[in-house]
Design a protein around this ligand. Structure first.
Ligand code: FES
Length: 87
């Protein structure tokens, strides 16, 4: 698996809490999108771990092609279908 799986072609609304740590899924396999559930093990992907700096509502990328990870940047609108990167 050299490309991330497209988990969905739309962002997911998340509620972040200041000071709390999160692990954003980069492989697309997690069943807890947009966050990591450990399923990347055995792939070359690792989650993006970060601490929220403020309490906010955000829209996180699930297509895994954003240039502003973990936030959606609209790139999902340019993707053809979820099957495109299912390798
Ligand atoms: S869901 Fe990936 S760029 Fe929007």
């Amino acid at each position: 698996m050299d490309k991330p799986k497209i988990a969905a072609c739309f962002p997911k609304q998340v509620e972040l809490e200041a000071g709390k740590k999160y692990a954003y899924c980069t492989c697309g396999i997690s069943e807890n999108q947009p966050f990591c559930d450990g399923k990347h093990k055995g792939t070359s992907f690792v989650p993006m771990v970060f601490e929220a700096t403020e309490t906010e509502t955000a829209y996180y990328c699930q297509c895994k092609h954003t240039s502003s990870a973990p936030k959606c940047d609209g790139t999902h609108k340019t993707l053809d279908s979820p099957a495109e990167s299912a390798s």
